[in-house]
Structure formats: structure tokens, C-alpha cells
Design a protein. Structure first.
Lengths: 108, 488
């Protein structure tokens, strides 16, 4: 996907507004991850406010899915906040993966 | 013949192998060899007790290092760290943070995650524990001398915990369960009541057991801020038992102790009050069914008092001793102590009694704890007898005094026999005073105790206001004035 950085900015914005459909129901990228054991432990470690906001987004997205509508444009998720949140979750997941690896090595 | 003898020795473990072609002579030699192999050797062991030496010095970063070498502590080494924190330094907002930090000692630190910390200690074949008291937090480890350097670096890392949010949260719920289980132990609750009444809820009277109602109020930032302040080298004492002092000091110089990260906003900056403990004296009455426990205490001696007074109060404690209706058949268990005789005199009113003496940095408690199994005995009868014993104990002489002195000496030596208690013995002295004494020096001081010393010490103790803590039958609890009158 590295060709995206060579595209002009208007094209990128158009692609973000059309391709990234999760934004249209108010979700962030890291909300789409599957619930693996690593993800479960990572969610265990996030601060409670982050988890509360995640639950709110999940409820709104579920509602949109049932009604088969998109949110109005002003309620689409913000890309900067998305990046911050996704980086946070990714960081925690990497830490958890490292610890699981240490645990696996102990077993051998 | 030699080869045959070696052949027999090698296979003597396998008793089912039949030795072929042996003469009766060889068979007899085999029995002889077995007897030699399995005979215990009692005489002339090469292990001689060396003189115990206790040394104290300070490193360049402010860390105090104390070591006790010599004597019988076994081939292993005990390394420990006393942190000058405790429930006496808590405030209304931070109550319970010390028990939380004690449970977090072996969690993640800056170099290793919690799993690695605990695994590394176990892989070395060592044991470690953490203990939180009213005025110190002890991290104690026992290890073999070959891995003592690694253990020292581990201890240095333990003083720099990361305290992440999820670990603090999980440890808080564990601490909550711990407090809840401790609240069922009536002896613990009684001594909590005693301290609270004696120091009027301040400093040493603060709850040692973390109150569950406050554990939810402790925020992550408060815990971080508190840990930042207590984990600094000038606030700690490193103790080594079984190591040479110079080696310990030179190795400890290379290790960083204390928390390097000073994160945390100033909004959550926790104040740690370092105030003098003032003994006030008071009452604490709690209704309870099942049994009646009474603790009667007076102001004792601080650990900073003179050695003469400290050993004299220890002798007084040995005179009173302890007693219990459970049959104790071995001598040395206190059968000739005053409190044991009290149990026989009281016709079953009192079921067990024990004289306690706590010496904190700037204050102390000296008293008797007694309990009756059923709640039909009221507190007044128990207290009356205890007071009578306390007053009578000050008038002692002759063989009883000699017995008490010998028992006290034995107690001091016994403390230093075990590595873990030797660690606490020497470390607490270093924490409270500037001079560390060996048990031999304490024993020498005990030899010089006279009946006048005991009388003086007892009258000083009994001159303070009494503190009474009762859990159980509250029908007839005497007031402080009534107790003071009977003392005169």
C-alpha cells in the first residue's frame, strides 16, 4: 500500500471518504481487529475511559448495521484520533505478544 | 583386595545384586564398609562458630548498607532491603497504599516483566518475600552465595517498579481480598484497635491492614507518586547476612537503586508526613461473640532508647512470659513464667496470655494480650488480673530474674540463628539507629541487668496512660482511671 503516499492529496481524501467504510459508521481501525487471546489481554490493559468510548462506538456501529444506514458526514470518525487510538492499541498488543512469547519460551 | 573392596563399595547401594565368589571374609568386610559409610560423625566437626560482626556504612548515593557476618547462619546468604515507609506514613487519602505496594514488589519493573522477575528468582533456587509493617517495608531474599550478585542486582531492579495501570488495578483487587481475609483474624483486629487507641489514629495508629473502603479511592497517579518518593536510595537500608561487608559495599556501589522515572503530574503529588509518634493512650471496645480478647498496653521503649533500658524491658517481658491452656510439655516453653501461673490461678477465666513488646523508631508498646475462649468472662476480671501481674512483675529477684535473663539472652541468639530473622534483627537496628549491635553485645548487656533496672523500667512503663483494647464481652470494661488507680 506504499503507492498511496505518491498519490496527490485530493485523490487520497476521496479514497479515504469512499473506501474506508468503517469510518462511515463511526468506528476506528483498531475496532475492527478480531478478538484473539492477544487482543483480549490488550483490552484488559487499556485504561477504562478508552474502553468506555470503544463500547459507545460499538453500540452506534451495531445500530447502523441493523438499520443499514451510514451516519451523517459530520459524525464520521476523525482520522487523527483514529491514528492515536490505533497506535495505542497496537503498542499494547505488541507488548502483550512479547510477554506471551516469553511465556511460551519458558514452557519449552 | 583393594579392587574387591572398591567393587563392593560401588555396588553396596544395589542390595539385590548377589556378589559371586566372595569368601566369608569379604562379606564381613562389606558389612564393615557399610557401617562406616552410614555411621554419622559426631565428633570434631571442622565447622567452628566464628565471631559475629555487624557493620554499617553508607554508600555515595545515600543507601545504608549493613551486614552481619559470622556465626551459624548456614551456607546460604540472605539479602534484604528495608524501605523506610509504612502505614505510619500514610494519610487519610492514601490509607492502604503500603499494602498495595508490598503486593506489587514482585510485579513488573523497568528491566523485567513480572513473569521474568519471579521466574528468575525461582530459577536461581532462591526464595523471596515482601512484608509490610507499620514503619518499614521489607524485601527479603535467601539465596546461595554463587548467585548472591545476581540477587543483589535483582533487588536493585525491584526498587524501580513500572507500576502500569492494569497491574495496579489487579493488585488492588487482590489486596482487597487480603484485607478481607485478615479482618476475620481477631488477633490482628485487636492489635489494630490497640494501636489506633494508643496513638489516637495518627502515625503508628494508622491501619496496617489496608481498609477496603479506601482501596477504590486510590488512583493510579497517587500510587505512582507515593512510589516515586519512597523508592529513593537515601530512604532504604540494604542488609546482608552471611556476606563480607567490604564485598557487599563494593558490589552495591555498581547497582542503581531507586526509581529513576519521576512521572506523575503535580496534581497527584502525595504528601508523606514524617511526624513524631505521640503515645496518648485510650480505649477500644468492640462487641464480638465467641471469645473475649483483651490487650492492655502501656508506652514502652523506642528502639532509639539506651540498650540498658531495651534489654531491661526484654527481661521484664521474659519474666511475664506467656501461657496457654494447651498442654506444653517441653521446658523452655514458659511454664515457669508469671503469666503461665496466672492461667492456673484464674480457674479457667483466662485461656491464654502473652506479654508483647513492640519497639518502633520513636515510641513503643509494652503490654499483655489475653484471651478467654467463651464470652462469659467479662473484661474486668481479666484486666484486673493482668494489672496485678504487671505490678508484681516489677518486684522480682533471685532465681526468677536469672531465669529471665538467660531466656532473654537465648532469645537474642536464637533470632540470629535463622537467616531471615537475623536479617530483620540487624536491618531494623540500622533503620532506627546509627549503631548496629550484635547479639553477643545484647547478651552482654543482659548480663548486667539488675533487679533495680527491672523495677525502674517497669515503673517507667506503668507511669504512662494505659491503653485497653477489648473484643468480646463488653459487660464490665474498666475505664482508664480505674486501671490507673489499681496500678498505684
Amino acid at each position: 500500500m506504499s503507492f498511496v503516499k505518491f498519490l496527490p492529496e485530493t485523490v487520497v481524501k476521496r479514497l479515504q471518504n469512499s473506501w474506508l467504510e468503517y469510518r462511515k459508521i463511526g468506528l476506528y481501525y483498531a475496532d475492527l481487529y478480531n478478538e484473539t487471546p492477544v487482543m483480549k489481554e490488550a483490552l484488559n490493559r487499556l485504561p477504562p475511559q478508552v474502553l468506555v468510548e470503544r463500547d459507545r462506538r460499538k453500540a452506534i456501529a451495531f445500530d447502523c448495521n441493523v438499520k443499514k444506514i451510514y451516519l451523517p458526514e459530520n459524525l464520521w470518525s476523525d482520522l487523527e484520533k483514529d491514528k492515536i487510538y490505533t497506535d495505542q492499541v497496537e503498542g499494547v498488543m505488541q507488548q502483550v505478544e512479547k510477554e506471551f512469547e516469553i511465556r511460551r519460551q519458558f514452557r519449552e | 583386595m583393594e579392587e574387591q573392596r572398591q567393587y563392593i563399595r560401588r555396588i553396596s547401594n544395589h542390595s539385590y545384586i548377589i556378589i559371586q565368589d566372595t569368601l566369608i571374609n569379604d562379606y564381613l568386610q562389606e558389612i564393615d564398609i557399610k557401617r562406616q559409610l552410614y555411621q554419622p560423625v559426631y565428633s570434631s566437626s571442622s565447622f567452628q562458630e566464628t565471631k559475629r560482626v555487624a557493620e554499617l556504612s553508607t554508600l555515595s548515593n545515600g543507601l545504608k548498607v549493613v551486614s552481619l557476618s559470622g556465626g551459624f547462619t548456614g551456607p546460604a546468604v540472605s539479602l534484604g532491603l528495608f524501605v523506610n515507609t509504612g502505614s505510619r506514613f500514610e494519610t487519610q487519602q492514601t490509607a492502604g497504599v503500603n499494602q498495595l505496594l508490598k503486593n506489587m514488589v514482585f510485579q513488573s519493573n523497568a528491566s523485567k516483566i513480572h513473569l521474568e522477575v519471579q521466574r528468575e528468582i525461582e530459577v536461581m533456587g532462591s526464595t523471596a518475600f515482601a512484608q509490610a509493617s507499620r514503619d518499614n517495608l521489607l524485601i527479603s531474599t535467601q539465596t546461595l552465595p554463587t548467585s548472591s550478585l545476581q540477587m543483589l542486582s535483582i533487588i536493585g531492579e525491584l526498587t524501580n517498579p513500572t507500576l502500569p495501570y492494569h497491574e495496579v488495578r489487579d493488585t488492588a483487587s487482590f489486596t482487597n481480598e487480603e484485607s478481607e481475609s485478615l479482618s476475620h483474624c481477631s488477633e490482628t483486629s485487636l492489635f489494630e484497635d490497640l494501636h489506633r487507641a494508643a496513638y489516637r489514629g495518627r502515625t503508628l495508629g494508622r491501619p496496617l491492614v489496608a481498609p477496603s473502603c479506601n482501596l477504590g479511592n486510590l488512583s493510579h497517579e497517587q500510587v505512582q507518586s507515593y512510589a516515586n518518593q519512597i523508592y529513593s536510595p537515601s530512604n532504604m537500608v540494604l542488609v546482608g547476612v552471611g556476606l563480607a561487608h567490604k564485598e557487599l559495599v563494593s558490589e552495591a556501589e555498581h547497582i542503581t537503586f531507586g526509581r529513576q522515572t519521576s512521572t506523575g503530574s503535580s496534581a497527584a503529588n502525595v504528601q508523606i508526613p514524617r511526624s513524631q509518634a505521640k503515645y496518648v493512650g485510650g480505649d477500644s471496645l468492640t462487641y464480638q461473640t465467641g471469645s473475649t480478647s483483651v490487650a492492655l498496653a502501656f508506652e514502652g521503649f523506642a528502639a532509639s532508647a539506651s540498650t540498658k533500658d531495651l534489654v531491661a524491658s526484654a527481661v521484664l517481658q521474659a519474666i511475664l512470659g506467656s501461657g496457654s491452656v494447651q498442654p506444653l510439655t517441653a521446658p523452655g516453653a514458659g511454664k515457669t513464667s508469671r503469666l503461665f501461673n496466672l492461667l492456673e490461678k484464674s480457674n479457667g477465666a483466662v485461656e491464654s496470655a502473652e506479654c508483647f513488646s513492640f519497639n518502633y523508631a520513636d515510641s513503643g508498646l509494652f503490654g499483655i494480650y489475653a484471651s478467654a475462649a467463651d464470652a462469659t468472662t467479662d473484661a474486668a476480671t481479666i484486666v484486673k488480673q493482668l494489672v496485678a501481674e504487671l505490678v508484681a512483675a516489677s518486684r522480682t529477684s533471685g532465681q526468677e530474674l536469672e531465669r529471665a535473663k538467660q531466656l532473654t539472652k537465648k532469645h537474642y541468639f536464637e533470632l540470629c540463628e535463622q537467616r531471615s530473622s537475623a536479617l530483620e534483627f540487624v536491618g531494623k537496628q540500622a533503620l532506627y539507629n546509627t549503631k548496629v549491635l550484635t547479639p553477643e553485645e545484647f547478651a552482654a548487656a543482659v548480663s548486667q541487668v539488675t533487679a533495680e533496672d527491672v523495677k525502674r523500667v517497669a515503673s517507667k512503663i506503668l507511669a504512662s496512660r494505659p491503653t485497653l483494647a477489648v473484643r468480646g464481652n463488653l459487660d464490665n470494661v474498666p475505664t482508664q482511671d480505674e486501671i490507673s488507680i489499681t496500678l498505684v
